[in-house]
Ligand binder design. Structure first.
Ligand code: SF4
Length: 374
């Protein structure tokens, strides 16, 4: 774009952003800590899903120090249901790094930010520009799509040379006098108007400056990436219930624990509190037998009658997980060091994944149906 055109383009986008931006809780502050939490939560997650988590998390951990010193279990519990739990672990590690190296303050230099766990180029640019108006153009998938369409850049946007070109273009477009608003305006355009599948060009405040629109190729940018083949995983889980209606949950294994030997159990099951689970390589009955006899060492396994719960399915990125979950009444729950013994209603107070939540829900549904028939 020529200089005059570039100025008009910036004015149009910023004017639109001032008038139509969504009212989001993290936009009320310029506190780098709060911006950081929102940016990490928003990775791979929709705004509507993030808002209640963001508010609860900030109420409990209002600053670097409170996050750094909290038990990891509590951090994970407040993250429970948001998915991609490595984000929560990295957040806490980064807070601890800030506590140790920066006296609990948010570092002001880009290099210092990039040295923290879980903070990459995009997140550093977003935090520094939104909190301090530093002159960095933040480029994530949404913004890259907008820039590619504005400039009619074809091809795979994640290809490294193309990504560098997009960063250069984003740097040229940046309104350096208000970099924070500018980055948020580009993100907002990508999230609400310049949508991946059907860009709303008729509503777009910068349609007159868009090359892809002029050429009629907006919907073909970015080019579709080849989809990774889906992997199907079959797991077997058991919900053991004793006479007091207590169930057994296992903790996230340490690297040396034997659960880790079963590396077919996806991380989303085993990295948080979970029901005893194994992968079923051949058939579910054999896997159940292995789980009861060998993993849990239930001696009287022959006398118990496992009830298969409703089918549970769970999809995470390229994996489709089917779980055969069994409800089993036992006289005594096996004694396992570090395990939790508690009622199904109470497991929500532990950090658990959505998958474990689904299993508990299926078990509770079965128990209430059984109660109603008696
Ligand atoms: Fe995106 Fe269409 Fe606006 Fe171009 S005109 S930036 S393709 S919404």
């Amino acid at each position: 774009m020529k200089n005059v055109e570039l100025q008009e383009f910036r004015k149009a986008l910023l004017g639109w952003f001032q008038e139509f931006q969504r009212d989001l809780p993290w936009r009320k502050h310029h506190d780098p800590y709060r911006i950081w939490i929102s940016e990490i939560m928003l990775q791979q997650t929709r705004v509507a899903a993030v808002i209640p988590y963001y508010e609860k998390f900030l109420a409990r951990f209002p600053d670097v120090q409170s996050l750094a010193s909290a038990p990891q279990e509590e951090v994970l519990r407040l993250w429970s249901g948001l998915g991609y739990y490595s984000r929560a672990r990295n957040l806490q590690k980064a807070a601890q790094q800030m506590a140790a190296k920066h006296a609990g303050q948010f570092p002001r230099q880009r290099e210092e930010l990039l040295a923290l766990e879980g903070i990459g180029e995009y997140t550093a640019s977003a935090i520094l520009s939104i909190a301090f108006d530093d002159k960095h153009a933040a480029l994530d998938g949404n913004v890259a799509r907008v820039v590619a369409r504005l400039e009619a850049i074809r091809g795979d946007l994640r290809e490294s040379k193309r990504w560098r070109d997009l960063q250069c273009k984003a740097d040229q477009l940046l309104e350096r006098d208000s970099a924070g608003d500018w980055n948020q305006a580009m993100m907002e355009l990508g999230a609400t108007i310049c949508l991946p599948r059907s860009p709303q060009c008729l509503l777009c405040p910068v349609a007159n400056f868009c090359q892809a629109r002029k050429l009629g190729i907006a919907e073909n940018i970015p080019e579709k990436r080849k989809k990774r083949a889906t992997v199907s995983i079959q797991l077997v889980s058991v919900v053991l219930l004793d006479a007091k209606n207590r169930s057994l949950l296992l903790p996230a294994p340490t690297t040396s624990s034997k659960n880790n030997a079963d590396d077919h159990i996806p991380s989303l099951v085993a990295k948080l509190w979970h029901f005893p689970t194994v992968s079923a390589l051949a058939n579910c009955e054999d896997a159940l037998e292995r789980l009861l006899h060998h993993e849990l060492r239930i001696k009287s396994a022959k006398s118990i009658r496992p009830e298969l719960l409703d089918k549970i399915r769970h999809a995470v990125t390229y994996r489709t997980i089917s779980i055969a979950a069994y409800l089993i009444g036992v006289k005594q729950l096996p004694k396992i060091s570090g395990a939790q013994y508690l009622s199904l209603e109470k497991i929500q107070f532990l950090p658990i994944s959505n998958l474990t939540r689904k299993i508990a829900k299926a078990a509770l549904k079965r128990l209430s149906a059984t109660k109603n028939t008696h």
